[in-house]
Design a protein around this ligand. Structure first.
Ligand SMILES: *Cc1c(COP(=O)(O)O)cnc(C)c1O
Length: 347
């Protein structure tokens, strides 16, 4: 078996859950879309299940996989993607968002008395949701129908940036429009959990705060370590090149270690040097990342062997900082890690 793994610390996950719970008395919805931000469902759901009120995903396939693992409510964050979806929404007893009037057609054709409807208000993200007038109309319409419950929600555009004035204006708008409504309310994501306690309402929707790709400054710990074992060590003489397009040339005799991970595993593409850790020391990659391999200059006098672990990022790595060197964000670093990479768990 290929020894390339995303190791996931369940201890750090537990730690993050307690940090989150120390920040709010509201219920927690664990956002587990995109295969749990790339971290895979099964083991983590086991830990989350006794601690959260509900889950959130995007697609019916995600919901179907998750339904096998939990009896808790599962919210489709974009609701139905076509009106035929309500058949599955009913069967799987899914909560669903209503953000556009075209999504109503299928609602009328099904008995959704076991489902919660989440009515989405647009407070300024201008992506999904009804504006004030439409929201009032749809609220009146939907309260006449028979759902298990109706939750009102919106989404903040810049909640991780406390200096962004749009946050307060979105919160004020949500507050003003929903003030007379006694239904459950949900506005906050991870950023708002930390930065805007007044946005917590009844249910806080947290994703990244659980998985630690962000928010270290609030005591959150990263829960993943990406590593791969050396499968080959080769001697390269001064003047020889390594890898595709001869992109790197040895300035002196050296040894090159190869590890079985590449962009085909979802690691971002790069052609410059990238720092990795082997047995506690830092080394640089050479040449271009391949689909299935990365090459590392381990120098002439090394104590490194085939089978040694090479760490591409560790629990101490700040994934937000790291992602910047790939012009990306930590969310994408995690969600891109493909199913080909084994997910192993550290108790
Ligand atoms: C993804 C998502 C979240 C979770 O965001 P985090 O920043 O990971 O906490 C919450 N709400 C909605 C609508 C989302 O799409």
């Amino acid at each position: 078996m290929r020894k390339t793994e995303l190791q996931i610390s369940l201890t750090n996950l537990d730690h993050n859950i307690s940090v989150i719970k120390s920040k709010t008395t509201s219920d927690i919805q664990a956002v587990v879309k995109a295969n749990l931000y790339g971290l895979q469902l099964e083991k983590i759901i086991e830990i989350l299940d006794p601690q959260v009120e509900s889950y959130a995903v995007i697609t019916l396939d995600e919901a179907r996989a998750l339904r096998k693992l939990t009896k808790l409510p599962i919210l489709l964050l974009q609701g139905a993607h076509e009106n035929e979806d309500y058949e599955d929404i009913k069967q799987l007893e899914l909560d669903f968002v209503l953000h556009s009037s075209w999504q109503i057609k299928g609602i009328d054709k099904h008995n959704l008395a076991n489902n919660r409807l989440w009515l989405k208000l647009n407070t300024g993200m201008n992506r999904l949701g009804f504006d004030e007038q439409e929201f009032a109309e749809h609220y009146n319409l939907m309260t006449k129908k028979n759902f298990k419950d109706l939750v009102v929600m919106s989404h903040l555009a810049s909640s991780s940036d406390i200096s962004n004035k749009q946050n307060q204006s979105q919160i004020n708008k949500f507050n003003k429009i929903t003030n007379d409504i006694s239904n459950k309310k949900s506005l906050a994501n991870s950023g708002a959990l930390f930065n805007y306690p007044e946005s917590h309402y009844d249910i806080v929707r947290t994703g990244m705060a659980l998985y630690g790709g962000k928010y270290q400054e609030f005591g959150i710990k990263s829960i993943s370590c990406l590593r791969s074992k050396i499968i080959s060590i080769n001697k390269v003489s001064k003047g020889e090149t390594v890898g595709y397009d001869g992109a790197w040339r040895a300035k002196q005799d050296t040894y090159i270690a190869a590890i079985g991970i590449g962009y085909g595993d979802g690691f971002p593409y790069f052609s410059g040097p990238y720092s990795v850790n082997i047995n506690g020391n830092t080394y640089e990659t050479v040449g271009k990342i391949n689909m299935d391999l990365i090459t590392i200059n381990i120098g002439n006098e090394h104590g490194i062997n085939v089978g040694d672990w090479v760490q591409l990022w560790g629990y101490e790595t700040n994934l937000t900082e790291l992602s910047k060197s790939f012009h990306s964000i930590s969310y994408q670093l995690l969600t891109n890690i493909s199913r080909r990479v084994a997910k192993n768990y550290l108790e």
